[in-house]
Write a protein that binds this ligand. Structure first.
Ligand code: CA
Ligand code: CA
Ligand code: CA
Ligand code: ZN
Length: 658
């Protein structure tokens, strides 16, 4: 253990100091050995053990509001405690989340006291204060009390402070201890002269991003708050000391964040929190440049409105200041909680960025989980049949989607060689009467088909042909009676037209057949010949299904062969929606630029008897807006995560629908 001159200058005999340090070092864990204490004049600060007890006592006194867990362990094995504060705290409710942390830097003990003060405030005033109840009930607040318990314990563990900032992780090849946790984040790590590459430095960034177990644990926790394609944490406050300032990203550059509304809202919230506390507010870089720091990763990696709050006006505020300094900053915390549901409302742009509550997003961590989420939202256990298609291409899922819609059944997705856990979980919930695999063994293996038999009592069958056209024909042949009133035909070379057609096809229990743009596949022609439908409806304009192909189909019906088409996929989907009446319970929205998140949407929309419209990831096409204005659905169902349909597009759709 390295000795520093100030430790040896303590008034106690050197031998006793050494013995104490050796004892501390050998115990290397909070559970064993004597608890480290603060210098006697500052005993009002909480040691790690006292903090742990205080948190546990508050949890025990408010079991419905506080739930304590550990996000991981420090280098020396101390638990990194986090308390979740909310009504129905045991349930992960769909409420905006706020993260508050303290203790990045060992010697900044007031930051840990502030985190504890927030927990005390929210719980002790819950019964008496209407505004506290609103904040607690309306958000899920995570309080990570001390990210660096090894550093704070070491700093406060003597008769006087050790002025220790970093964690207590050894560095290979040197006796220098510790990494500056707030330079160890993997966003612009070490980019810009705002940290040190030298282990003895107070600002040592570590050998690589996330190298400290404490920061790595925080990363796992924050990454884990991405649920249903959305980061749940909207606002983050990191308490440090000192300076009485509130700062926001970026820290690594003097440039503001690129998005103009984000830039303005970051500043508006930061400045107001500063004003409420009697602090100064500024962009972090203006205070001093740092890189690899927490708030840049929070915003850059997760678009969390992230703030560093430097408490107090001196490095070691005496414990007499704990109550006054934490009370002084509390209004800033209250303000952050008030704006967590939509930070952009601080600049009057809430309706642009935050969809109203009647917009529901169905999404998972990947295409399989998204399909499962879509199924879960629309289908109840005991469905007669579930269809399972490959998630790596669209034709089978879409042709099967029309059959599923007819049967009141979902489409779930699988990998070729293994059944994704999200799909398995949903099948276990659905308990389908039987399962139909769409496609041959080259797209859904025999191993997967065999595994599926465990999720139904009614057996697992396959429908497939030699190619996508023959597979669509086989799906149709399995359930379409001769002489059905109408058959829909879409291109097999892209997905949007076929996807949008499913809810319309479901109204007449019609099949969806596929065609090449310039020639009618033999399997499609043969199935049309078998059915001899009353009429045929082609999706899309002549660029996607040529007039020649349309003419070729005339021999298979005594009725008309017509098109539902627009200038592009968005207009075509809007045209498909025209037969649906206004005042529907919902309308589904999917991206028109990537199929994976949309594949399961057709049967779900059909189940509700509502259309499916298309958007781009970043804009609401006019034709889509026009149908939303006409239909005025009571709710919107968005398929997929923020990457395929942004909140801004969902919010624009909501405005069009009202
Ligand atoms: Ca004192
Ligand atoms: Ca709650
Ligand atoms: Ca939640
Ligand atoms: Zn700090």
């Amino acid at each position: 253990m390295p000795m520093e001159p100030r430790i040896l200058s303590a008034h106690r005999p050197v031998s006793l100091v050494l013995a104490t340090l050796i004892a501390l070092g050998s115990s290397l864990g909070p559970a064993a050995g004597p608890a480290a204490a603060f210098p006697s004049y500052d005993s009002g600060y909480h040691t790690y053990e006292e903090l742990t007890s205080a948190i546990r006592d508050i949890e025990a006194a408010h079991p419905g509001l506080v739930k304590v867990s550990s996000i991981g362990k420090s280098h020396e094995g101390r638990d990194l405690w986090v308390a979740k504060v909310s009504d129905n705290v045991a349930t992960d409710e769909d409420e905006p989340e706020v993260l508050i942390d303290g203790g990045h830097h060992g010697r900044e003990h007031l930051s840990v006291e502030m985190a504890l003060a927030v927990l005390k405030h929210l719980t002790s005033t819950y019964a008496s204060s209407e505004s506290t109840r609103r904040r607690v009930n309306g958000t899920e607040t995570w309080i990570l009390f001390n990210l660096n318990p090894d550093g704070t314990t070491f700093d406060g563990g003597g008769s006087t402070y050790r002025d220790w900032r970093k964690n207590r992780q050894p560095n290979g090849g040197t006796s220098a201890i510790g990494t500056d946790l707030n330079r160890n984040y993997g966003w612009k790590w070490g980019c810009c002269g705002g940290s040190s590459g030298s282990p003895p430095s107070e600002n040592y960034r570590g050998p690589r991003p996330w190298s400290s177990p404490e920061v790595a644990a925080l990363k796992r926790f924050v990454d884990g708050r991405v649920i249903g394609g959305r980061q749940q944490i909207r606002i983050h406050l990191s308490f440090h000391s000192f300076g009485r300032v509130v700062v926001w990203p970026w820290a690594h550059t003097g440039a503001g964040v690129p998005d103009a509304d984000d830039r303005a809202a970051l500043a508006a919230i930061g400045n107001e929190m500063a004003r409420l506390a009697g602090y100064r507010g500024m962009q972090s870089h203006a205070l001093y440049p740092t890189d690899g720091d927490q708030i840049d990763w929070m915003y850059g990696g997760h678009r969390i409105f992230s703030y560093t709050v430097e408490l107090a006006d001196r490095r070691y505020p005496p414990d007499e200041m704990i109550a006054t300094e934490t009370a002084r900053a509390m209004p800033a915390v209250q303000y952050a909680l008030d704006y967590a549901s939509c930070p952009w409302s601080a600049i009057g742009r809430g309706s642009v960025h935050c969809p109203p509550s009647w917009v529901k997003r169905l999404a998972g961590s990947d295409r399989y989980a998204t399909a499962a989420a879509i199924s879960r939202a629309s289908f109840t256990p005991g469905v007669p049949v579930a269809y399972v298609a490959t998630g790596t291409n669209y034709p089978d899922a879409l042709a099967g989607g029309a059959a599923a819609a007819r049967d009141g059944a979902p489409v779930l997705l699988t990998q070729q060689g293994s059944l994704p856990s999200a799909t398995a979980t949903e099948l276990a919930r659905l308990k389908p009467g039987r399962i139909v695999v769409l496609g041959g063994p080259s797209v859904v293996s025999e191993a997967v088909r065999s595994k599926l038999t465990g999720y139904t009592g009614g057996g697992v069958s396959r429908l497939y042909g030699a190619d996508r056209y023959a597979t669509a024909a086989a799906i149709s042949a399995a359930g379409t009676p001769r002489g059905i009133s109408v058959v829909y035909v879409a291109t097999g070379t892209n997905y949007p037209d076929a996807l949008a057609a499913i809810p319309l096809a479901a109204r007449t229990d019609s099949p969806l057949l596929l065609t090449q743009p310039h020639s009618l596949p033999y399997a499609t022609a043969r199935e049309l010949d078998r059915i001899r439908p009353g009429r045929i409806v082609v999706l899309g304009g002549s660029a996607v299904v040529s007039d020649k192909v349309l003419d070729r189909m005339r021999v298979y019906t005594a009725g008309a062969v017509t098109r539902i088409a627009g200038e592009d996929r968005y207009e075509t989907a809007a045209a498909v929606a025209v037969p649906f009446p206004a005042g529907l319970e919902a309308t589904f929205l999917a991206t028109g630029t990537a199929f994976p998140d949309a594949l399961a949407g057709g049967p779900a929309a059909a189940k509700h008897g509502v259309p499916l419209l298309l958007v781009t990831p970043s804009s609401l096409p006019p034709a889509t807006a026009g149908q939303l204005r006409r239909i005025k659905p009571a709710s919107l169902v968005v398929l997929g995560g923020l990457g395929v349909v942004s909140d801004e597009v969902a919010a624009a759709a909501a405005r069009a629908a009202r």
